[in-house]
Design a protein around this ligand. Structure first.
Ligand code: CTP
Ligand code: CA
Length: 224
């Protein structure tokens, strides 16, 4: 079928994939999060495993089950995801950052539940930037290692979307960037996706639309 690809063309390759969305704790019962379901990252793990790769999935709060036959490391916050990726990166041939990482986390995490009796009618949260995991992985990659990022953008105009992607791939220093358009009803929870894959120079190397498993295989075609 369309979603199947050359069986075994990633045979013996080690592939590390982050998926899902991070959660940044505010207090013991609350977090700042995002709408990523983890479906595209899980589809990548499934596709890579079925093409023969040894896959490690760093799973941040997935809304779907991870595929069988894949090593799963569960994390929640951006800093936990960073630590898991750093620990596993050295051993891998392909690193894919499909997770939606919180750009900021609360400066302080309250020990007890924040009570509105104490915070009043308005509440200001102070946030601090999280580490850029993808940029660090790209900067530290060894020869032959392939680092792939994702860019979820809400830009409707395709030229503007591409311009954002080109700026992002050079800022991150990764080998490929998978751009997908997201919105209130597009991208995250859906079983389908539409992506454009850019190389390090910003050139389009693949485009795909359809089921997330099929899109995953078109992304892996580029890796192969
Ligand atoms: N990413 C990361 N660490 C972060 C933020 C993002 O590794 N702290 C990764 C994401 O997993 C994704 C890529 O960087 O693969 C692009 O994420 P995106 O949110 O689109 O880019 P940002 O650089 O955070 O820029 P912005 O959100 O402002 O568009
Ligand atoms: Ca971001």
């Amino acid at each position: 079928s369309e979603s199947d690809s050359a069986a075994g063309d990633l045979s013996g390759r080690r592939v590390l994939i982050s998926a899902g969305g991070t959660r940044e704790a505010l207090d013991p019962v609350r977090f700042l999060g995002n709408r990523s379901s983890g479906k595209q990252g899980v589809a990548l793990a499934e596709a890579a495993a079925s093409r023969g790769a040894r896959v490690t999935l760093v799973a941040a709060n997935l809304e779907v089950d991870p595929p069988a036959g894949v090593e799963v490391i569960r994390v929640s916050s951006a800093r936990e995801l960073n630590a898991a990726m750093q620990a596993a990166a050295g051993d891998t041939d392909v690193l894919i950052m499909a997770a939606a990482v919180a750009d900021y986390r609360p400066v302080t995490v309250a020990e007890g539940k924040i009570k509105k009796e104490h915070t009043g009618d308005r509440l200001t949260l102070e946030l601090v930037k999280n580490p850029d995991i993808l940029a660090a992985l790209a900067a530290a990659r060894r020869p032959g290692q392939i680092v792939i990022g994702f860019a979820a953008e809400t830009e409707a105009d395709t030229d503007a979307l591409l311009a954002l992607g080109r700026a992002k791939v050079s800022r991150k220093g990764c080998d490929f960037l998978v751009i997908n358009r997201v919105g209130w009803n597009e991208g995250f929870a859906s079983d389908d996706n539409t992506v454009i894959v850019l190389d390090a120079h910003g050139a389009i190397v693949n485009e795909a639309s359809g089921a997330k498993l099929s899109v995953a295989n078109r992304i892996l075609d580029v890796v192969v």
